[in-house]
Design a protein around this ligand. Structure first.
Ligand code: PEP
Ligand code: MN
Length: 298
């Protein structure tokens, strides 16, 4: 019996020739495309740490978190100005005001910013402020949005759809690549597989990291915050992701500052700056171990 629309890894050279390692033979089996966001490089030897609040809530909150994550060793700032929320009655983000805050905070701290764009009509606006566009899990297969992001020429952080197969995820990346934009970083953020929701928000699929690296030369990072939904799990999930070969991490952080309130989104998964510092230390020690292993292998 053949099933319509069913695709597997063998179909990838046809589905996404522009990003397929098997088709693009200029990349050898190990080589990764370096995606640069200002001076930050994804796909190099050092895994990149992106950290910041779930949502931009105020200038004071964003600046305080940005300063704290920079001091902890993060190289890039995250923060949503347009938030995809389950209920339309929940806080939807500050919109363009949030983008202005991000730009100001980026100028203050020197951290490049990644922020989500949900609407193809807003790609141009978000590009005026962001150094990297984030396409969220819920929009991974929003093809008009992928095409606009591709046309924009900005680096794109493409999160895996919460129920997307590897083929569907790479097919989505191909839409961006087809517009001439290969500056794509893939981001695993947990999938809705059994038993998601019982003791963690999603199921963190770490085995997809080496699988992505086998199929494409694009860098791949992991978001341990949305994958687990539990702050106490984020450090271990981050370290495990690095062990699995992730090119970086996208982490939600909250911190105390004057007038600080509980984050309006995803408070239960936000770690504090001290935990982020531990994660960055782990990355540094892991790199040393990796280099030592390499030196011994020769
Ligand atoms: C986010 O990173 O802000 C976010 C909403 O994540 P996801 O799209 O993975 O749910
Ligand atoms: Mn969040």
């Amino acid at each position: 019996m053949s099933i319509a629309g069913n695709v597997g890894l063998a179909d990838l050279p046809r589905i996404c020739p522009l990003i397929s390692r098997r088709v693009q033979s200029s990349f050898n089996a190990e080589e990764t495309l370096i995606v640069a966001v200002k001076e930050v490089q994804f796909g190099g030897v050092r895994p990149v740490t992106i950290a910041g609040p779930c949502a931009v809530e105020s200038f004071e909150q964003t600046l305080a978190v940005a300063r704290a994550v920079k001091a902890a060793g993060a190289e890039m700032l995250r923060g949503g100005a347009f938030k995809p929320r389950t209920s339309p009655h929940d806080f939807q983000g500050l919109g363009v005001e949030g983008l202005r805050i991000l730009r100001e905070v980026s100028r203050e701290t020197g951290l490049p910013i990644v922020t989500e764009v949900m609407d193809p009509r807003l790609v141009e606006t978000v590009c005026e402020y962001a150094d990297m566009l984030q396409i969220g899990s819920r929009n991974m297969q929003n093809y008009p949005l992928l095409i606009e992001a591709g046309k924009s020429g900005k680096p794109v952080l493409l999160k895996r759809g919460m129920a997307a197969s590897l083929c569907e995820w790479l097919g989505a990346a191909e839409y961006i690549a087809k517009e001439g934009n290969l500056d794509i970083v893939l981001c695993e953020r947990g999938i809705k597989a059994f038993p998601a929701g019982e003791y963690s928000r999603n199921v963190l699929d770490l085995s997809v990291v080496p699988a992505v690296k086998e199929q494409t030369f694009l860098p791949v990072i992991v978001d341990p915050s949305h994958a687990t939904g539990v702050a106490s799990m984020v450090e271990a999930a981050s370290c495990a992701a690095i062990e699995f070969g992730s090119h970086g991490l996208l982490i939600e952080v909250a911190c105390d500052h004057e007038g600080a309130a509980k984050p309006r989104c995803d408070a239960a998964q936000a770690i504090n700056p001290a935990t982020l510092r531990n994660i960055v230390r782990f990355i540094e020690s892991h790199m040393e171990v990796r280099m030592m292993r390499k030196a011994h292998a020769v």
